[in-house]
Design a protein around this ligand. Structure first.
Ligand SMILES: [Zn+2]
Length: 194
């Protein structure tokens, strides 16, 4: 079923050739974010618009609201708790995420230092990707991660992806958990490979 839905959305938009780039994260995440920015994630309301039968349009995670993109990635209780945890981890004030698209595109956000914009973008992309992965896990396996497990997965994946792609990233796991924004002097903080 997951593959079927992917095929529907991909064949309609030919998105496989298009992406948005951040060299610190795998390209498949960029493709996912590009699809999100184009409104091409298969939430229930998007499936209905395309004439696909669904048993219910309710969000599979909370079962309380219609599953739209905004609900899944911003206003579901689960999603809000994950974003709050991520903001707390980065010690950034949580503002209403009405400008999520700007944030995903890498527009400077809140008190995030300019030199950490691309690292923060990795965090926001990973957060959206794993929110959706968790949603699909609930739909297809009937089970889902807790908020804390999801936040931990975001921390793990972002750490692995950045470490594997930047030779300039020297944080160990504990430093990453305790103080993710302290990457040393700003002028050495361009983590892009090469
Ligand atoms: Zn929900």
């Amino acid at each position: 079923m997951a593959a079927l839905i992917d095929n529907v959305t991909i064949s309609r938009s030919n998105v496989s050739a298009k992406t948005i780039r951040n060299n610190l994260i795998p390209q498949k995440i960029g493709i996912f974010i590009w699809r999100f920015l184009k409104g091409r994630i298969a939430v229930k309301t998007e499936l209905v618009k395309r004439g696909i039968d669904v048993d219910t349009v309710l969000c599979p995670l909370c079962d309380k609201a219609t599953e739209t993109l905004d609900h899944s990635f911003l206003s579901c209780d689960f999603t809000k708790a994950v974003w709050a945890g991520i903001h707390q981890w980065w010690q950034v004030a949580l503002t209403p995420l009405t400008n999520l698209e700007d944030i995903l595109r890498g527009v400077r956000y809140g008190s995030i230092p300019l030199h950490l914009t691309r690292v923060w973008q990795v965090i926001t992309w990973t957060t959206c990707y794993l929110i959706w992965k968790n949603r699909n896990y609930k739909v297809f396996n009937g089970d889902s991660w807790s908020t804390s497990k999801t936040i931990c997965e975001i921390q793990v994946k972002a750490f692995e992806w950045i470490r594997n792609r930047s030779k300039k990233f020297h944080k160990d796991w504990l430093q990453w958990l305790l103080n993710p924004t302290d990457l040393g002097a700003p002028d050495t903080n361009n983590l892009d490979p090469g």
